[in-house]
Write a protein that binds this ligand. Structure first.
Ligand code: PLP
Length: 440
């Protein structure tokens, strides 16, 4: 590590700060499928950064678009002013969104996009004169970012318990992970669609459907350790929401932009929500950006409810639709399309699935689950030391195998860039397998 770097001042996010600083893992460059470390090693990126660099690192078209935009218009306000790139980015996003979702609200990341979607849902019902719909329903083990709205509907205890009561009027569905019935499923689990019925039978029965504004789910729960929707589960949620006039929001921060081999998980599952929350791959992570893609009539309800010369939605961020982010989004969506990366991910998924399931039978492996280019490998925990085994595997992969993986609890979660090839898939799972064979 360079001598002039002082590690003390930076309080690192979602990091064991003291452990990291005792032996830093520093990335100084990236190209394609690889990171470069400060000691000159090439590290295979098994996680697309944080599920976000879908087109691979340093794509020249995205880099160039950002450079040119910075030179032409570094910043332009979007409150009562405009700049063309933001409109272009919205149209580019709509061009790959499910039909009917054609209005875009920009923000800066997934957390802001979640909070924006929740606000849109609440304000939409009010604009229609149905202001009693104020409840929000999330799900156990859900990750919807770290804003107060997101942690309220989220269901990861560690992300909630330190921060008090958050929002009132929020309830949670049961998560659909059922290892006892579905262990080592390839693709979607067979069992568990009936868990969706609890939305109607338990939560709506308890609260009365007319008080519920929206249900928010990740179509595939990523950050909590890859929880897949059982076959038919999302279709049931859609039908229940339709029956009761409740908005269905898909948080596609991870599943958007080709992760499942389609533009959005909504396309993969054939279930169209009322809003899609996205971020990460929107700009290939080169500049922060998030967005909510909204059904037109939801947007139009705001327009109808306010006089023409007034602000229709009292919400926005200084950097909503920032020129650099918008330029990166236009370029990234162009790259996905020109290089056929969503189809490429779909084509590579069966090979990825076989490689993932080759780990079955290795020490401590209690489940493998996969879909598209996402895979979760759940390990038996060390008694009394949850997370310790997976973190150890992560460290050995990084230091000894030159492979970057990600862990959550005792689950390894993999989500490589969509440009990964077969030898790299072999290298990724081979490294994990080697480490597991010798793991205590
Ligand atoms: N929603 C989901 C499903 C996510 O996976 C994440 C981040 O991983 C977020 C929201 C939050 O996104 P961000 O970290 O960009 O705020």
């Amino acid at each position: 590590m360079p001598d002039n770097i002082n590690l003390e001042h930076f309080w690192m996010p979602f990091t064991a700060n003291r452990q990291f600083k005792s032996r830093p893992r520093m990335l100084v460059g990236a190209q394609g499928m690889h990171y470069i470390t400060d000691d000159g090693r090439r590290i295979l990126d098994g996680t697309a950064g944080l599920w976000c660099v879908n087109a691979g690192h340093g794509h020249p078209k995205i880099v160039q678009a950002i450079q040119q935009q910075a030179a032409a218009l570094d910043y332009g306000p979007l409150f009562q002013m405009g700049h063309p790139r933001a409109f272009e980015a919205a149209s580019a996003l709509v061009s790959i969104a499910p039909e009917g979702l054609n209005r875009v609200f920009f923000c800066n990341d997934g957390s802001e996009a979640v909070d924006s979607a929740l606000k849109i849902a609440l304000a939409y019902h009010r604009a229609r004169g149905d202001g009693l719909r104020t409840r929000l329903i999330g799900r156990e083990r859900a990750y919807h970012g770290v804003g107060f709205g997101g942690i309220a509907v989220g269901g990861i205890a560690g992300n909630r318990k330190h921060f008090g009561p958050t929002l009132a009027g929020v309830d949670h569905l049961r998560h659909p992970l059922d290892i006892a019935r579905n262990a080592f499923s390839r693709g979607l689990p067979e069992h568990g669609a009936e868990i969706a019925d609890e939305l109607e039978q338990r939560l709506l029965a308890l609260h009365d459907p007319s008080t519920v504004a929206a249900v928010i789910v990740e179509p595939l729960q990523g950050s909590t350790g890859v929880i897949l929707p059982p076959k038919g589960y999302l279709q049931k949620l859609r039908a229940i929401c339709d029956r009761h006039g409740i908005l269905l929001i898909f948080d596609e921060v991870i599943t958007g932009f080709g992760r499942l081999g389609t533009a959005f998980a909504a396309d993969y599952f054939g279930v169209v929500p009322d809003m899609i929350v996205c971020a990460k791959g929107l700009t290939n992570a080169a500049v922060p950006m998030g967005a909510v893609i909204v059904r037109q009539d939801i947007h139009d309800a705001f327009m109808a409810a306010a006089p023409e010369n007034t602000i229709e939605f009292f919400h926005g961020y200084t950097y909503s639709g920032h020129p650099l982010a918008a330029a990166a989004a236009v370029a990234a969506i162009g790259v996905y399309r020109e290089e056929g990366l969503f189809d490429r991910a779909a084509a590579m998924a069966p090979y990825f699935e076989d490689a993932a399931h080759s780990l079955k039978g290795l020490p401590w492996v209690k489940d493998v689950r996969n879909l598209g280019l996402v895979c979760g490998i759940e390990l038996e925990s060390v008694p009394g030391k949850p997370t310790a085994r997976a973190v150890d595997v992560f460290l050995k992969c990084f230091w000894d195998k030159n492979v970057l993986i990600r862990t959550t609890g005792d689950i390894i979660a993999l989500s490589p860039p969509l440009i990964i090839d077969k030898p790299q898939i072999d290298e990724l799972f081979g490294a994990i397998g080697d480490v597991l064979k010798h793991q205590q």
